[in-house]
Design a protein around this ligand. Structure first.
Ligand code: AMP
Ligand code: MG
Length: 478
């Protein structure tokens, strides 16, 4: 499809007026495309050649609005660091319409009714981080929002200093957040709350549309999806950093990339967000925070479902989480089957990695080639005894495997990524981009898209993190 053939729909605008605010994007000065995502273009059915056109720049810059476009911002509330904020909303993301079931948003396209004191802009560094990271999560097989394009500009935006503005054209099958429900529940606008639940069911759980007790099953699905997402984050070593309920997707997607990080050395207590003084959103807290956030959603849904029924589902969260985590970790270990007993093997390993400060990603990639020769693994830590002890247990456990060593290696190499976009790697691309060189953005996109391939050219990003960059914290300012 050519850009001028696009016809957008706006299903969210069928909800009551309270749910959104119509607002036009404010284009950036002297904009240009830094990167366009061909696989997302394919999902949207947009021709590849179009991505190189001038019209595409205008499209991503919000200057060219295709037929049917009726731009708006969504309102929501949310618990931020445990405190309820009754009105948040898309402060700098403007929805431009829906194509092939994907809702498109321009993040950084100017102020909306929900901007509070913000300027509605996004700076280049945070836009690069969101653009690359959403592709990396997708490459890792973890549910996430995605992005069609990253737009740079000469538009000045003030943070601590003057920076350049950028826009990410984000796409998602759903932009509804836990906080969207909290907004209406708090205002006691139950008609809107019900309309929103119906909307979210059609959008993300269409098999429930005709269920008698559909809001109950809807909550059960969200609990299951959230538990699964938390297990995925823990297994891959991802710390989101700002798990406020307005950043929790009702469809179980990773959403709103801010000061996130992949673990360098394994550290259960790692906090990636500089402003998270007490570690509310530390790496190890994430599964519990997922549960806390679901409880906030549960309260918001109380006008639609009996509390005892919601509680019943809530009570299953930990089990859902553990089951999924066990499954994912057993795959990382190359086990053909798994049982609760394997949790001991997992816990034992995490203790060893923590104690020896071993790089999480590198450990599993190295384990993916383990054939009884321990040298490569022992080299990852300063002391050998703890790792040897664990490998003794692992050797015994591997005896229960029926697949051959070669088969195990092949499977593990497709499960344990060679590359994750650690912050020091992203920073290198950001520093170059600030100087006008976007080559590293292209390179990182390549490894983000397929993190399991060898990509020998990019070998230097597959090792341990340089000492000075290990387990650093990032600020929220974006
Ligand atoms: P976040 O922590 O990025 O999820 O943002 C929390 C809230 O602040 C959301 O409602 C955002 O839309 C809003 N926000 C963040 N940055 C800006 C900005 N520069 N201008 C306007 N609103 C913003
Ligand atoms: Mg947010």
């Amino acid at each position: 499809m050519k850009l001028n053939e696009i016809k957008l729909t706006n299903p969210y605008l069928n909800l009551p007026d309270e749910c959104h605010d119509r607002v036009k994007p404010a284009p950036l000065n002297e904009a240009f495309i830094i990167h366009a995502n061909e696989s997302v273009a394919e999902l949207l059915d947009i021709d590849k050649e179009e991505l190189k056109s001038e019209a595409f720049v205008s499209f991503v810059n919000g200057a060219l609005q295709p037929e049917g476009s009726d731009t708006f911002a969504m309102c929501y509330a949310g618990h931020q660091f445990g405190f309820f904020v009754e009105r948040l909303g898309d402060g700098r993301a403007i929805n431009i319409g829906t194509l092939n079931g994907l809702h498109m948003q321009l993040k950084g396209a100017g102020q909306t009714k929900y901007s509070r004191s913000g300027d509605g802009r996004a700076v280049l560094r945070s836009s690069i981080r969101e653009y690359l990271m959403s592709e990396a999560m997708h490459g890792l097989g973890i549910e996430t929002t995605r992005a069609l394009a990253l737009l740079g500009s000469k538009h000045s935006v003030f943070r601590q200093e003057w920076e350049k503005g950028a826009i990410v054209l984000r796409v998602s099958p759903s932009w509804v957040r836990f906080g969207t429900f909290e907004y209406f529940a708090h205002k006691k606008k139950y008609k809107e709350l019900e309309a929103l639940a119906d909307y979210a069911i059609v959008e993300s759980y269409p098999h429930l549309v005709d269920e008698e007790n559909k809001y109950f099953y809807f909550f059960a699905e969200v609990v299951g999806k959230t538990a699964r997402l938390m297990a995925e984050w823990q297994a891959v070593g991802f710390n989101h950093g700002v798990m406020n309920t307005d950043n929790m997707s009702i469809a179980g997607l990773t959403i709103d990339y801010g000061p996130y990080a992949f673990l360098d050395e394994y550290d259960f207590n790692y906090i990636c967000n500089h402003t998270d003084q007490y570690g509310r959103y530390s790496f190890g807290s994430q599964p519990n925070v997922g549960e806390w956030n679901l409880r906030a959603l549960m309260v918001a849904l109380a006008p639609l479902v009996k509390t005892e029924e919601l509680e019943k589902i809530m009570g299953k969260y930990s089990k859902f989480y553990m089951q999924h985590y066990l499954l994912l970790m057993s795959k990382k270990f190359g086990l053909d089957t798994h049982s609760d007993e394997d949790l001991n093997l997992i816990k034992h390993l995490l203790g060893v990695l923590q104690g020896l400060s071993v790089d999480y990603t590198l450990f599993f990639r190295t384990l993916s080639r383990y054939d009884g020769d321990r040298k490569a693994l022992l080299k990852l830590g300063l002391y050998h005894t703890p790792m040897n002890d664990w490998l003794d247990d692992y050797d015994i456990r591997l005896e229960k495997n029926t697949s051959t060593t070669q088969q195990r290696h092949a499977k593990m190499l497709k499960t344990n990524p060679k590359y994750v976009l650690k912050n020091y790697i992203l920073q290198e691309a950001i520093d170059a981009a600030e100087e006008g060189d976007y080559g590293l953005v292209d390179d990182l996109f390549t490894i983000a898209h397929d993190p399991y391939a060898e990509h020998e050219k990019f070998e230097r990003w597959a090792g341990t993190t340089p000492e000075e960059f290990k387990n650093r914290k990032l600020s929220c300012s974006s």
